[in-house]
Design a protein around this ligand. Sequence first.
Ligand code: GDP
Length: 443
Amino acid sequence: AVFSSLAEKLQETFKKLKNKGKLTEADVGEAMREVRVALLEADVSFKVVKEFIGKVKERAVGQEVLESLTPGQQVIKIVHEELTALMGSSQSKIVVSSKPPTVLMLVGLQGAGKTTSGGKLANYLKKQGRQPLLVAGDIYRPAAVKQLQVLGEQLGIPVFSLGTQVSPVEIARQALDHAVARGYDMVIIDTAGRLHINEELMGELKNIKATVKPHEILLVVDAMTGQDAVNVAEAFNHELGIDGVILTKLDGDTRGGAALSVKSVTGRPIKFAGMGEKLDALEPFYPDRMASRILGMGDVLTLIEKAQANFDTQKAKEMEEKLRKAEFTLEDFLDQLQQFKKMGSFQDLLGMIPGMGGNKKLKDLQVDEKEFVRMEAMIQSMTPQERRHPEIINGSRKQRIATGSGTRVQDINKLLKQFLETKKMLKQFGGSAMMKKGKKGKL
Ligand code: GDP
């Protein structure tokens, strides 16, 4: 998952710090050396790393930190704050025009995920109650128009196209008229990419920009390309001017450097992150939450939002009630697992749970379909009494359940442990927080 290697290294470093009662300047220096290496290995640009370490160090060797009762925690807090600041401090939303339609122009190199992101963005906006129109402005890649039309069809979102014989500038112009006439309030223009940045591409994009005067130009870059992504962003911003970045493929095995460097190098924020090939795999980019994920503090807020989007409200209410009364049973656990499964991959979700992101044991634990079926079998082999009062499950009961479900006693132990941990975790961040409706209307 994203940042897993960076997260692991940072968390190791900070564990050492936390275990020390008192910190010296040398301790902080040593920790910063490790952080520096970890960031460079994550492909964060040298200059960014240098500045970052400088800032953290300056704050961390201050008297109030070193002499505080929890110096390790204080240092982590500073790193968290500086990581957040590095990525732009607060979430950068799309600015909706007071005079619709708001016109968004997507630009980027071929293969970055521009067309896919256009579809995802339209889908995201539609879910926010907007009426988006997708515009097929990439007339050079033969399949691009078709690809967008297929996406539009899947999502139930209209696609404006004039084929491949009309100039992109003309297509964009007519698309705007069309949007005004039909009352679409968000227009998303897909544009052509190239394998590399060249004058022809920039010239064409500048023409479109001059004609339709988009409210925002969003650059789509591929996180997997690391520092290259940052260089591309810098070039586009210099040549064309961009308002924000959509960073794609953050679900892949990227080292994450681009996410950490883009804002600082280009001055333009990441607005969205692509987290998979599916059409709902686009998340608003929250610097503080990303910093939390990197530091293994989890990303409870994103988890909650995912939960809200996927949980059955009635079930959630019942669950909340149960948590409040401390009646959360293995039956509920099974239920919870089933709901969880709907939210996405277990690996991604685990990364969002505090303290679990960097947990090696959990990382190896692939909760796949098979595992899930086994968990189900184990719970189903328990008596209702056992499901409701797992504390009565002693050695002989475990043996019986294992035999009944075709598993081993250690599997039962693992399941019970996971159950208790989940219960503890759910209690910790409050059943109610998870179930409450989040703020709506943000883009
Ligand atoms: P374009 O040339 O920039 O329009 O790129 P496409 O939209 O055709 O995307 C190129 C490839 O990247 C496709 O196979 C997409 O499915 C894939 N892709 C796009 N965004 C993501 C993402 O966030 N995660 C992953 N894993 N794949 C993505």
